[in-house]
Design a binder for this molecule. Structure first.
Ligand SMILES: Nc1ncnc2c1ncn2[C@@H]1O[C@H](COP(=O)(O)OP(=O)(O)OP(=O)(O)O)[C@@H](O)[C@H]1O
Length: 704
């Protein structure tokens, strides 16, 4: 909101004043409460001085008991307060006014509860079910009927507003239909439209597809409302499902799956901290970028201490705790076909059927399990059966490739043979070890995909799977293999408190076995399921294009994309060099005009990202991110599809949409779909050489 919208009507002015008065009341009540001593302090301090006196008079026999109690009382005084007050800088994010009969009450939804009835101040924690339910389930003007503890509440929702308070000042009020915002000049203005209000966008939506930038990242942009205030009814219902019940959340890109999974975790931890202590909660995601984002999103939910792991990080830790030793050297040179086979549901099913594998009961050392596995992975008959069972998903060449690769890994490392020989003589002229990048480099290594398989074999036989968990969240689950899910499920013990979120249209790793098989691997066949229907991240033109990209893979249900936005820009170039020069210029220009914007150039693979980075290297705002180390700061990230799963950026540019990069295959459809659905404001696609057939629905922008 730039403050350029129309002046407020008298009713809107009244509304702002009402909200400012409410905020002033809350802040005054908070200021009055702050310096007050902690509730238990006077009693505890008194008890401590009593004990001190007793200690002086005690006999040597009684002294240890008195000291012990003194220690306990001191610990109680020093423990962090369990009921922190709301932060006066932003004490709440929503306002609900309800009328029940003659009684009218105002509730503010925030992250902590604070009540001062004498001043009509009721700030309630959003996780505190009764009132929050009305906020999330009803709209302004609705009559409601809800069963609260001990009574049936009936009434009318008189006001339901999302507010943004920053630095203790009211900055934005949204009623759903209208958003009132305080501009940089201190002037309030209004804009209409539900979605525009919801995501703080809408500025400059008259921009053309040929121009990059809708004004979203101009300096001084207003902070958007917190997503906790925006949850829709369906999302709130999903996150309110009982903690013990497993839950599967699916939905298209940007429909709020991660949001629901993390908010559910927050509620569960809040409702029963004894059963669900932070130390026993785990969030697992496939890629580092999303793990960093999830950790950031957990912070405001009070879950900063919850562990977030990538699959690889988790499997290394689980290996160490299951086998008592760190995993051996992992190779980065696994042939893609071998890696696909090792993640494939057909291998999972085949291993479960092997009596030799399945028959034992005792836990075993990893090397023994590995020998057994290697035997199978060099057995052409066994591999042939796996490939057959994969029903065309794995080519027959996977058999030979797996046999060859496994044999190289089984060979003794050259280093072993060269032991005792002068180090200078085992180093090549380029400083690398003589076996680097040769088949010998594989000797003695495991593939990253082997860790979950070995963990599975162990858990399958003896049940042991590592650290016990109270609740598990698996996000982007379409990229998690059945081996991984099986072991994670065992870590939950008997209970099945877990949330799985995913979208089959976004698989980029091999191994998706369908939701039924995945829930079965987790031991959660009877999970509640929820399919989120509204696309929140992407404006309508991007969401519609993303659906075209998926083509036959698109879900059957109709698209519910909310916000309007600028059309997707498609630019055709004769060569990569032309495209890069044009895009680099456009990005420079955008960064200058909109320094607060986040921009991602999402290439299919690292090479194109690197070569575009070379053209932008001198820009302090440009970053090459191929390892998932996103900073989430304004600027330009040059990156690839693999790295951006689960993330979002104001502006996204796909620089390499040629027919060779994105042919009309299922895999290419899903990858391009992931890239384009990262855009929360505008998308540009560069078609290079022969354009990708997946762009057929998009007319090129002319007159560049
Ligand atoms: N009810 C809502 N109203 C407005 N914005 C929302 C709502 N729910 C989620 N969002 C926002 O939509 C964006 C996408 O949410 P989220 O990342 O949870 O979606 P996702 O389904 O996990 O996406 P992906 O499939 O890409 O991983 C985020 O910016 C989030 O804050």
């Amino acid at each position: 909101m730039s403050g350029t919208g129309p002046e407020l009507t008298p009713e809107e002015r009244l509304l702002v004043r009402e909200e400012e008065d409410l905020l002033a009341r809350v802040l005054a009540a908070l200021a009055a409460r702050r310096p007050a001593p902690r509730r238990e302090d006077p009693d505890l301090l008194g008890r401590l001085s009593e004990l001190r006196e007793q200690a002086v008079e005690s006999t040597a026999k009684d002294l240890p008991t008195v000291f012990q109690e003194m220690g306990l009382v001191r610990a109680m005084i020093e423990r962090p307060r369990l009921d922190p007050l709301p932060d006066p800088a932003a004490p709440y994010f929503a306002h609900l006014r309800v009328r029940e009969g003659e009684e009218v009450r105002d509730y503010c939804l925030g992250r902590a509860t604070f009540v001062e009835l004498s001043q009509g101040v009721r700030v309630v924690d959003w996780r505190f079910a009764p009132v929050a339910r009305i906020f999330y389930a009803y709209r302004e003007g609705d009559t409601f009927e809800e069963r609260f503890p001990g009574r049936l509440a009936e009434g009318v929702v008189e006001a339901r507003r999302v507010v943004v308070v920053q630095g203790g000042r009211l900055r934005q009020v949204s009623t759903g239909a209208v958003t009132l915002a305080l501009g940089a000049q201190g002037r309030w203005s209004s804009s209409r439209g539900d979605r525009a209000a919801a995501l703080g966008g809408g500025a400059g939506t008259a921009a053309r597809p040929g121009a990059l930038g809708v004004g979203e990242g101009a300096r001084g942009r207003a902070a958007p409302p917190e997503v906790t205030a925006l949850l829709d009814r369906e999302q709130f219902e999903a996150l309110s499902i009982e903690a013990e019940e497993p839950l599967l959340v699916t939905g298209s890109a940007g429909s709020g799956k991660t949001t629901v999974a993390l908010h559910r975790l927050a509620r569960i931890a809040f409702d029963d901290p004894r059963r669900y202590p932070l130390s026993k909660l785990l969030v697992v995601v496939p890629e580092l970028g999303l793990s960093r984002l999830a950790a950031r999103l957990l912070e405001p939910l009070g879950l900063a201490k919850v562990a977030v792991r990538t699959l690889e990080g988790w499997s290394r830790g689980a290996f160490q705790s299951a086998f008592g030793v760190p995993p051996p050297r992992l190779t980065e040179e696994t042939p893609p076909l071998v890696s696909r086979l090792k993640r494939h549901p057909a291998l999972y099913a085949a291993l479960r059927r092997r009596p030799r594998v399945a028959g034992r009961r005792a836990p075993e050392a990893w090397a023994k399990l590995r020998d057994e596995l290697a035997e199978l992975l060099t057995d052409r008959g066994f591999l042939g059966a796996v490939v057959d069972a994969a029903g065309g998903d794995l080519p027959t060449t996977a058999i030979e490739e797996t046999v060859r690769h496994t044999r190289l890994q089984l060979a003794s490392p050259l280093a072993l043979a060269l032991r005792g020989i002068d180090a200078d003589r085992t180093t090549a002229l380029d400083g690398e070890s003589v076996d680097a990048r040769t088949p010998d480099a594989l000797a003695g290594t495991l593939d990253p995909e082997d860790l979950p398989v070995l963990l599975f074999l162990r858990a399958w036989r003896s049940g042991g799977a590592g650290r016990a968990l109270a609740h598990l969240v698996v996000d982007e689950a379409e990229d998690v293999s059945l081996f991984e899910l099986f072991v994670l499920g065992r870590q939950l013990g008997e209970a099945r408190s877990l949330t799985v979120a995913g979208d089959e249209g976004q698989q980029t790793a091999a191994g998706f076995g369908g939701w039924t098989a995945m829930l079965a691997a987790l031991g959660a066949e009877r999970a509640a399921t929820c399919r989120l229907a509204t696309t929140y991240r992407c404006p309508a033109p991007v969401a519609a294009f993303a659906r075209e990209v998926l083509g036959p893979l698109a879900p059957a249900e109709a698209l519910q994309a909310g916000r309007p936005g600028v059309p997707v820009g498609r630019f055709d170039f004769p060569s990569e060099a032309h495209a890069h020069l044009f895009l680099a210029g456009a990005v420079r220009d955008l960064v200058e005009r909109e320094p607060a914007a986040s921009v991602a150039v999402v290439a299919r693979g690292p090479e194109v990202a690197r070569s575009l980075y070379r053209l932008l290297e001198d820009l302090p705002e440009a970053r090459l991110v191929l390892d998932g180390e996103f900073s989430f700061r304004p600027g330009v990230d040059l990156t690839d599809v693999e790295s951006v799963k689960g993330l979002e950026f104001d502006y996204v540019i796909v620089p390499d949409a040629s027919a060779a990069t994105y042919p009309a295959t299922d895999e290419a459809r899903r990858r391009l779909h992931v890239a384009v659905t990262r855009a929360s404001h505008q998308l540009w696609v560069a078609a290079v050489g022969t354009p990708s057939p997946l762009l057929a629905s998009l007319p090129p922008v002319s007159g560049r």
